[in-house]
Design a protein. Structure first.
Length: 80
C-alpha cells in the first residue's frame, strides 16, 4: 500500500496540485489546495469553479488515484 504522503505527491504529478487548472465533470476548475489523502484510496482537493468565489472539496477521480499508486510503486521498486 502506498503511504498517504506519497500518494498525495503522486496525485500531484497527474496535475492535481495547487494553482493547477483542470476540467472535471464538465467544468473548468482551479485547484486551491494540494491533495488531501484521508483514508483508503480517498484523495480530495479544494477547487474553485471558473468565475465563482465558492470553494468546494472534490474527490480526485479513482482512475487518477490508481495511476498514481501504480507509478509510486514503480518508483519505489527501482534501485537507487
Amino acid at each position: 500500500m502506498t503511504k498517504p504522503a506519497n500518494l498525495g505527491e503522486a496525485v500531484q504529478r497527474y496535475g492535481y496540485a495547487k494553482k493547477q487548472k483542470i476540467k472535471l465533470y464538465g467544468k473548468e476548475l482551479e485547484i486551491v489546495s494540494d491533495p488531501v489523502h484521508t483514508q483508503g484510496d480517498d484523495v480530495f482537493v479544494d477547487a474553485r469553479e471558473k468565475g465563482a468565489e465558492a470553494v468546494r472539496r472534490l474527490q480526485v477521480p479513482r482512475n487518477v488515484v490508481e495511476m498514481a499508486k501504480r507509478s509510486e510503486r514503480k518508483r519505489r521498486s527501482r534501485p537507487a
